[in-house]
Design a protein. Sequence first.
Length: 440
Amino acid sequence: MIAKPKGTKDVMPTEVYKWHHVENAFRETCLRFGFKEIRTPLFEYTKLFKRGVGETTDIVNKEMYSVVTGVDLRKVRNDDAGREAFFKELDNDGFTLKPEGTAPVVRAFVENKVFADAQPTKMYYITPCFRHERPQAGRLRQFHQFGIEVFGSHEATADAEVIALADTFLRDVGITGISLEINSVGCPKCRPVYHQALKAYLAERLDKLCTTCNDRYEKNPMRILDCKVPSCQEILVEPPLMVDYLCEDCTDHFNSLQSYLKALEVEFTVNPKIVRGLDYYTKTAFEFVSGDVGAQSTLCGGGRYDGLVEQIDGPATPGVGFGLGIERLLLALENTGKVFPEPPKTDVYIAAMGEEALVVGMGMTRKMREKGLIVEIDHLKRSFKAQFKFADKLSAKRVVIIGEDEVKNGIFSVKDMTTGEQKTVPMAELETYLDGLTIM
Ligand code: HAM
């Protein structure tokens, strides 16, 4: 048997209705906030993510599913020059399955010249993402995200609206026990000063920090604050924090965000240690953390990225958005005992026996489906008894019976599966009978 790849999941018909429920709720929330859907390809040029997500991130360094097409790997010269040429090809012309939704949306915003339209641009997406991580509960190699992005506004009202959309959606869909943590990660003006202070503080402790922290010291020292290794956390007592180094513009922005969130009645706490795992953030960074998903507790993460559009060759345009993991959302909902609305049941099961009855029955399915009813008919030429058993399994509301006698007499019988009542209806009165059903 060929199994599915590790870290992937089948969403079977028996549980897909839960996905439909949260997808519909997300679309409906986005509509209310004035967001329109965007769909981008499943893969992009590798260089988009290298430049967009950032060369120092785990995503780009370790987790991308990248391919280069048209190169016969068996013919790649197995020496330094050969390998280097291959990796150059991979970087320049290679493709990568999208590990996140923001960089592709930015690319589409630039390529389709959406920046030339009246701003802001507000878009949402529902997309699979691919990251080669170590799978565990709530962490997959193919997972799915709800995401939104707003382009063209520097104002903290945009950040507040993005956060309010996530908050509204999570509450409407029934999430409880969630907390929102916000931070400001500064801008290219104030961050270098902070980095200096942070590096001076870390320098004395480097020998006691893990190898990952040591790797990050030069390239991205802020991520060290985010290290989950307990011994690192013990060493990092009272580190200098970005919030104490914000420039005037970033301070004002962060203060405005907080007053807008209060006006929107969105509860939050300031967590100065939130840094996020992607390089593009400026000013606002935030996370919705759930107590109901185990170790992978961040349901939704996002923030502002004022330099990203320019980095992807567009005109300087600010942006802000979030990504929300659908599997983690469903896990949190299931762990809190959420009852999802069940999909509708079969309205009519047509039990037909014999060729002539089947012809009549097939004709009936068309008329009934045109009326909007959910209709099933036997495809296995089973006995009436077996067909009734199957109709029961489908929880069909009623069974139409068409046998030889019914065909001969131009009638059909209907059994109400809830009450057990049975009646006969002349075939000529099918339309009237169906009209009666739809108004039921
Ligand atoms: P992210 O924090 O990397 O941000 O991912 C957002 C959410 O995707 C996470 O909070 C989590 O729920 C889910 N997620 C991430 N990795 C996995 C995984 N391996 N398995 C299951 N779920 C996962 C971004 O992707 C940014 N693009 C968000 C953003 C949009 N920022 C601004 N705009």
